[in-house]
Design a protein around this ligand. Structure first.
Ligand SMILES: Cc1ncc(COP(=O)(O)O)c(C=O)c1O
Length: 387
């Protein structure tokens, strides 16, 4: 028998965001609107705490769940910001939200199980399903309803698929949707009714322009909810790799068990930097969110004027644009936009089938570049329409 890597990994589709980023890399003068990466540096007081931790000897393994004092600080934040009551023992610190989501999924599912993921939604959900050998079924988010889920359809899919986990993401990537409190309540109830865990990706929790982020775990009857948070977006800490997950004690104990073979523990230095972020002044979060809001308004105006706006994002830092006049193949559009107009955007279809004819622009880009990129894209759609 020949040595051969796993077929499912070979067949797994890469994130289209990375595909376009690779195409754009090395080309001079490309405007980068494809990555969900804050363009701000990590605030100085957080970097200083990281340096102090390294110099002060926080350079060893920590407990699987993370340093106790950092988890205690997270517990205070969860109560203050999210209305979630969790003790430090019910928190696992991870290498970013992506690691928390993957480890929690690995804890909840067995190969062959079904999970429900949003369409459009972050491509990594599908990739996690592929890695874990589970079947991901898309449930629709409705553009005309500010990208909230179609509950009747979701109910039907939960029944017909027998899914074990419902994944939700609000504020949402790539939609910018912020689910209402009522919608969140209904999702908590729907998941419970179908015997599903609700895995809630709240990595954009602090980036909200309108409405209010409601954490499902803060609601009544939420003992089937696992909540995942990230330091990456709120504090511009993507490279530090720190996130955390909280939920029912029995599940969290198992997530900590999974942490040992997959990660052992989150980086000790980053944990201390994260603690400083959570305990320090929160004005940096407000200032960055305000910048994203101004950029959102600018891009929304440009897209609205040219008829490409789909829905006004109420949170996170993305805007979807309807480029279907130039064709349904969003990958072809995104590639051509890099090659001929020097603008990189994320192809809509990487977020699911509903992304055909759409692209995602990231607001985590400096305003002048963002304006120029959006305007070039609008001109490209006009030039390529009906050609
Ligand atoms: C919806 C969503 N969840 C999770 C993540 C992962 O964030 P982290 O850097 O914490 O792993 C991202 C990053 O882009 C995201 O968009």
């Amino acid at each position: 028998m020949m040595n051969r890597p796993a077929e499912r990994i070979r067949l797994m589709r890469r994130s289209g965001i990375r595909e376009i980023a690779d195409l754009a890399a090395g080309r001079a003068d490309v405007l980068h609107l494809e990555m969900g990466q804050p363009d701000f540096p990590t605030p100085a007081h957080i970097v200083e705490a990281g340096c102090e931790a390294a110099l002060g000897g926080f350079t060893t393994y920590t407990a699987n769940k993370g340093l106790l004092e950092v988890r205690e600080s997270i517990a205070v934040k969860l109560q203050r910001t999210n209305g979630i009551t969790a003790s430090a023992k019910d928190i696992v610190i991870t290498a970013g939200a992506v690691n928390a989501l993957a480890e929690t999924l690995a804890t909840l599912v067995s190969p062959g199980d079904v999970i429900l993921i949003p369409d459009p939604g972050w491509p990594n959900y599908q990739m996690m399903a592929d890695v874990l050998s589970v079947h991901a079924v898309h449930y629709p988010l409705v553009a005309e309803a500010c990208y909230e889920p179609d509950l009747d359809r979701l109910d039907e899919l939960a029944r017909s698929s027998g899914a074990k986990v419902l994944m939700i993401n609000t504020p949402g990537n790539p939609t910018g949707a912020v689910f209402s409190g009522e919608m969140t309540e209904r999702l908590v109830e729907l998941a419970a009714r179908h015997g599903m865990y609700l895995l809630s990706d709240e990595c954009y929790e602090q980036i909200v322009f309108e409405g209010e982020h409601v954490s499902p775990a803060s609601l009544d009857g939420a003992d089937h909810v696992l909540s995942v948070f990230s330091m990456s977006k709120s504090y511009a800490m993507t490279g530090w790799r720190m996130g955390y997950v909280t939920g029912p004690s029995d599940v969290i104990e198992l997530v900590a068990k999974v942490q040992e073979p997959l990660l052992s523990c989150a980086t000790s230095i980053s944990q201390k930097a994260g603690q400083a972020a959570l305990e320090g002044e929160q004005t940096c979060v407000e200032e960055m969110t305000e910048s994203y809001r101004l950029r959102r308004d600018m891009v929304v105006d440009i897209l609205r004027e040219s008829g490409l706006l789909i829905s006004v994002p109420r949170g996170a830092f993305y805007v979807m644009a309807d480029v279907s006049a130039a064709g349904r193949d969003s990958y072809a559009f995104a590639r051509r936009l890099v090659e001929e107009r020097g603008v990189a955007v994320a192809p809509g279809e990487t977020f699911g089938p509903s992304g055909a004819g759409k692209v995602r622009l990231s607001l985590a880009t400096a305003a002048p570049e963002l304006r120029e990129g959006a305007e070039r894209m609008v001109r490209a759609v006009a030039d390529w329409s009906g050609v």
